[in-house]
Every structure is written in structure tokens, then in C-alpha cells.
Design a protein around this ligand. Structure first.
Ligand SMILES: O=P(O)(O)OC[C@H]1OC(O)[C@H](O)[C@@H](O)[C@@H]1O
Length: 443
């Protein structure tokens, strides 16, 4: 697959016929729909099922928000946040806001925490801008985004009136259930549906990811195109060695069973930092259950070599590393010669920054391998919408395969409820009276 080249040579692993067969069976199970959690397999064929009309409808709504607001607040958490955030960061100039001219509205995020300071500073900054909001929640009942939306909705209504608020707020939620659906219907907000059979962490290629990205000026058709190509490249019937998702899942499985319990995803391109965060939810919620699962961690390089490098090189040998390696930077910056050479860097004169970055990457790879950290390399040709779309689907497909190989249902997240019950009990939510008494006694 040209957009995702998987190199497992530095893991030192030979994949046995048995593991290969297990990976192929797991992939076939995703396609047959006979495995655990099979009511959440809508993402498998999602890319190829997105129609031009759907893309057009999303673009149309995005154009409306773009025309009305210079800041669009995107409210959501977990799978209703991380996909859009990840792609937006990957596709954005990190210094965009320093430019005097802004051609696209700024998409910012809320509802991904319950920090009073974050909320206060956000509301204060919004005062200086025309605003709109996209509120996203599959269940329609998640506390963090609901609180943020209550405040942003009030701000929009106060400024523009209720009628205009319905032109500036878009809801993305379940087709029928949940408080957000009821509210959106009552207030007359335009609404996009998150399909029943697509779980939050697999929803980046639904309006959940696509609408905020279209508002920000990201080419969503290219994103989807890249995912469609990857859907084909990882389909059932593709030979194991040709299917990067199956190979990645198989190698992870072997490493895990050999005692490597922590996977560190990293990249030498800081723009990909939130791809790591999106990936952590995808793999953490899908695999971390029944006392099992690789713990997904991440680093941004080379920054974290100066903080986590020591541990990775020399700490507990329970780690392996997966590096997303970008073959071609979009820009070119040369290191110049300096007459005085006081910093001693003239040996780098005439080289591109990316050459130094590449040598850092290759040097680190060998050092970590020598230190007992197997290294998986995922090479992508560039950071573009279609490549990122392919990368997202690659990780999703590999996650489904990997979860089935591990023997868990990769599509539920029962463990997430425990903290919610405690929080509601502590906040005296109606219906939690008994739990409230019990938990307060434990404080
Ligand atoms: O989209 P929502 O229903 O608001 O859910 C947002 C997030 O909340 C959770 O508690 C789940 O663990 C996540 O899987 C989900 O993505």
C-alpha cells in the first residue's frame, strides 16, 4: 500500500503461519459480522459508503458556518472530539494564528474537560469574535460536552437571539435517542446523524469528524478518498503480507504475548501529536479490558527524547515502539554556514533540517532496538488529507483485527462507566441517592 508502508524488520519478529492465519481469521470476522460487538461494525465499510451527496451536505453546512463566524466552537469529548482534533492539527500550520490574515475560521474545542478556568478563558476570548458551534455527542448524554454546550448556547442566544442561534448551531448525535437529539429537535438545529453501528472512537469519517474539518477548510473529500483506498488495501481476501493492518495487528499480538505490554506511538513531525491521542483512545478503549491489552502511550519527537528518552532506552523492558515516519516534508529549510561557527554546527551547513531529523530518527531507532525496544515503522509519503485518511482507516482496521486476536470485544467500553457513577453520586444526581450516601462515607 503506497500510502502506508509497514516495516517490521526492526522488531526482529518472524510471523508464523499460525499467527498469520489468526490475523486473517480476525479480519474475515470483521467482514462476516459474526464476531463480538458485531452491531458496531459500520466503520468497516464506512469510507466506501460515503456518498457525494453526504459530502456535499456537510460542505454546505460548513459553508454556512464559515460565512457566519470567525470562530467555530466544536464541543465534544473522546470519539466526538479526538478525530477532528487529530486531523485538524495534522493539516494546520501551527502558527496560523500569528498570521495577520485568516482565510479560514478558527475551529476550537470545548467540552473535552470540566475546567472552570478553560471555560472562563474560552468565553472571554469568544467575546471578541463572531461565533458558531458544533455540538457532538453520540449518546447525547455525556456530561462534559453538555455543560460546555449549555454555556456556549446561552452565549450564542444572548448575542444573536434564539432564531439566529438555530442558524449558528449544528448538532451531531444519534438519530433518535438522547438529550441532545431532543434539544436539537426542539430548538430546530440542523442535525447530522452518527450511525448506530459506528462507535464514537471509529466515527472520524462520519460528520463527527468531517463537519468541523470542512469548516476549518480541510479537504474532506480527499480524506475520505484516502480512507477508501485503505479500505480496499485491508479488505478480506487481501493476502496477509499485502495487508498492512493485518501485519501490524499480528506483530503487536506477538510482542504483547512476549511481554511487551506498552506500545509507544511517536513521530518526528509534531503536527501528528493528536493522531497519537486519537490512537490512544482507539486502542485503549478497544483492547484494555478483562485484565488484558497493550497500554497505548505516545511521544512527540525529538522533544520527548529529552524527557522520556532515558526510560525508553534503559527502563523496564516492557516497551515497544511504533513510529509514524513522514517521507517528505512539505517545506524546505536549509541550515546555513556561519562564518564564525561558534556553535560548531558548520558540519551541517547546506543540509536540510529534514535530513537532520531523518538521521535522528534512524539513530534513535537503532539505539532503542539495541536497548531492547522493538521498533515498528509506519512510513507515510507526506502529510496530506488523503494520506491521513488512509492512516486513520489503517489504524481502525488493525485495531479491529488486533482486538479479535486478543480475544476481547473491541467495540464496547464498559469500564468507562465506573467513574461516571461515582461522579454522579458525588454530585447528588437524582436517582443516585443510595450511591451518594455510600460514596460520601468513603471520602
Ligand atoms: O459521543 P459521546 O456519546 O458524548 O461519547 C463521548 C465519549 O464518552 C465516553 O465515555 C466513551 O468512553 C467514549 O468512547 C466516547 O467517545
Amino acid at each position: 500500500m503506497k500510502n502506508v508502508k509497514l516495516d517490521i524488520a526492526k522488531t526482529g519478529i518472524e510471523i508464523s503461519a499460525d499467527i498469520e492465519a489468526k490475523a486473517q481469521t480476525a479480519n474475515a470476522l470483521l467482514h462476516s459480522g459474526k464476531g463480538a460487538g458485531n452491531d458496531f461494525l459500520g466503520w468497516v465499510h464506512l469510507p466506501s459508503s460515503i456518498s457525494e451527496n453526504e459530502i456535499d451536505a456537510i460542505r454546505k453546512e460548513a459553508a454556512k458556518l464559515r460565512s457566519k463566524a470567525d470562530v467555530v466552537v466544536c464541543i465534544g469529548i473522546g470519539g466526538s472530539y479526538l478525530g477532528a482534533k487529530a486531523v485538524l492539527e495534522a493539516m494546520s500550520d501551527p502558527f496560523k494564528l500569528l498570521h495577520k490574515e485568516q482565510k479560514d475560521p478558527t475551529v476550537i474545542f470545548a467540552g473535552q474537560n470540566i475546567s472552570e478556568d478553560y471555560t472562563a478563558e474560552l468565553l472571554a476570548a469568544l467575546k471578541e469574535h463572531s461565533i458558531a458551534a458544533i455540538v457532538i455527542s453520540k449518546s447525547g448524554t455525556t456530561t462534559e460536552p453538555a455543560i460546555a454546550f449549555r454555556l456556549i448556547k446561552a452565549e450564542i442566544e444572548k448575542r444573536y437571539g434564539k432564531k439566529e442561534a438555530a442558524e449558528r448551531i449544528v448538532a451531531i448525535t444519534d438519530k433518535a435517542r438522547g438529550a441532545l437529539k431532543t434539544l436539537a429537535t426542539q430548538e430546530g438545529y440542523p442535525t447530522f446523524v452518527i450511525p448506530d453501528d459506528v462507535g464514537g472512537r471509529f466515527s472520524v469519517l462520519t460528520p463527527v469528524g468531517l463537519l468541523p474539518l470542512a469548516v476549518a477548510g480541510v479537504d474532506i473529500a480527499a480524506l475520505v478518498r484516502g480512507a477508501q483506498e485503505m479500505e480496499k488495501a485491508t479488505a478480506e481476501g487481501v493476502a496477509f503480507k499485502e495487508n498492512p493492518a493485518a501485519v501490524y495487528a499480528a506483530v503487536r499480538n506477538i510482542l504483547y504475548n512476549g511481554g511487551k505490554k506498552i506500545e509507544i506511538l511517536g513521530s518526528y513531525e509534531p503536527k501528528l501529536q493528536y493522531i497519537n491521542e486519537w490512537w490512544k483512545q482507539l486502542y485503549g478503549e478497544s483492547e484494555g479490558k478483562q485484565g488484558k491489552g497493550i497500554f497505548p502511550a505516545s511521544v512527540t519527537l525529538t522533544a520527548d527524547l529529552h524527557s522520556m528518552g532515558q526510560y525508553i532506552q534503559d527502563g523496564e523492558r516492557t516497551l515497544f515502539e511504533t513510529i509514524i515516519s513522514v517521507a517528505k516534508p512539505a517545506a524546505e529549510v536549509l541550515i546555513e554556514a556561519d562564518g564564525e561557527n561558534l556553535d560548531g554546527l558548520n558540519f551541517l551547513a547546506g543540509k536540510r533540517i529534514s535530513e537532520v531529523n531523518r538521521m535522528a530518527e534512524l539513530g534513535v531507532q537503532l539505539a532503542h532496538v539495541d536497548g531492547g525496544v522493538p521498533n515498528i515503522r509506519i512510513e507515510i509519503p507526506e502529510i496530506s488529507e488523503s494520506v491521513i485518511g488512509g492512516l486513520l482507516y489503517f489504524f481502525e482496521k488493525a485495531c479491529g483485527i488486533s482486538g479479535y486476536m486478543l480475544g476481547v470485544n473491541p467495540f464496547d467500553q464498559p469500564g468507562v462507566e465506573a467513574y461516571k457513577k461515582n461522579m454522579f453520586a458525588l454530585l447528588d444526581k437524582p436517582g443516585y441517592e443510595e450511591a451518594s450516601k455510600a460514596i460520601k462515607a468513603r471520602l
